[in-house]
Design a protein around this ligand. Sequence first.
Ligand code: TYM
Length: 337
Amino acid sequence: MRILSGIQSSGKQHIGNYYGALRQFVDLQNRGDEALYFIANLHALTTVRDPAVAATLTRETAMAFLALGLDPKRAILFRQSDIPEVTELYWILGTVVPLSNLDRSHSYKDKLARGISADFGLFAYPVLMAADILLYGSDLVPVGRDQVQHLEFARDWATKFNLTYVPGYDPADPTGAKTGKPGILKLPEALVQEATAVVPGTDGQKMSKSYNNTIDLFGDEGEVKKRIMGIKTDSTPVEAPKPGDTPLYQLLKVMVPESEFPAVEASWRQGGKGYGEYKKTLLAAYHATFGEARARYQALQKDPGSVDAVLRAGAERARAVAAPVIERVRQAVGIER
Ligand code: TYM
């Protein structure tokens, strides 16, 4: 099994990124599969226009991976922009992508709805993401639910590419077990943790770098407290049972350790405690969960050279994984080298 996933360096990493994706990455590394993780800093250029900020966020995203326990000896950690083959595949793949698919992309429609102007990069975003996945022959892609449509696109376009360029390719037999004609691009599967597939933000929408509703993993302590204390609640009196399905309840469910959650839930349903108390419980859970990682992050901040060295070594290894795939793609489409 080859596992691959990426995180955009378009802002500070938050607890949605952790419970939806990063936690899985760290858990999966113990399975002994080959794993590649990268910082999607080319994707981030669709929203970050300041070069100094882009560079800082790229390094901070790498530090987040390492601080949370990703072990660069077991997993390959690299920057998307260090692999020129990915933009090559992006172009080639784009020649078989139906425009109608991009028109119905959720992330694109969502950004348009929020008034972000539509440029080509945003429109083509899913094609670069498909190239990210297909370039390394990935089997499994651990992601939060918002990325599932992108995975479906990657599968569809890999099939389209294989049908176009592999004579005798049968989409019902993508590995070629019966036909002896396997696809050049392997079909990936999404791996989603249902319980944490959509972590809500402080306002109840999906937590997102672009909604100003995040609780950051490595943010300033005072700011984290302010965000937690500012989680949107209703006017249910202290003594009354609290309604489920609110962002505070869901965040407690995600963050409070499993052994302690039943007691929190019982009191929530019974009443007698105010929302402020629960917010304190959440803040305590945040510090208990991320205290060590935050200390490691601070240590890494003082040693940027070591982070850069990890990324350089990772890029070299990732290019070696990509090399045979891009070579087959070039041959298939008739690009001699
Ligand atoms: P990004 O940077 O928005 O998010 C990184 C990962 O975190 C998950 N996530 C969440 N999960 C649960 N609840 C939330 N509120 C939440 N917010 C974010 C995302 O689902 C994702 O798994 N397009 C990707 C980056 C990317 C990529 C790839 C991922 C580029 N190429 C190839 C996988 C494979 C993105 O913007 O993720």
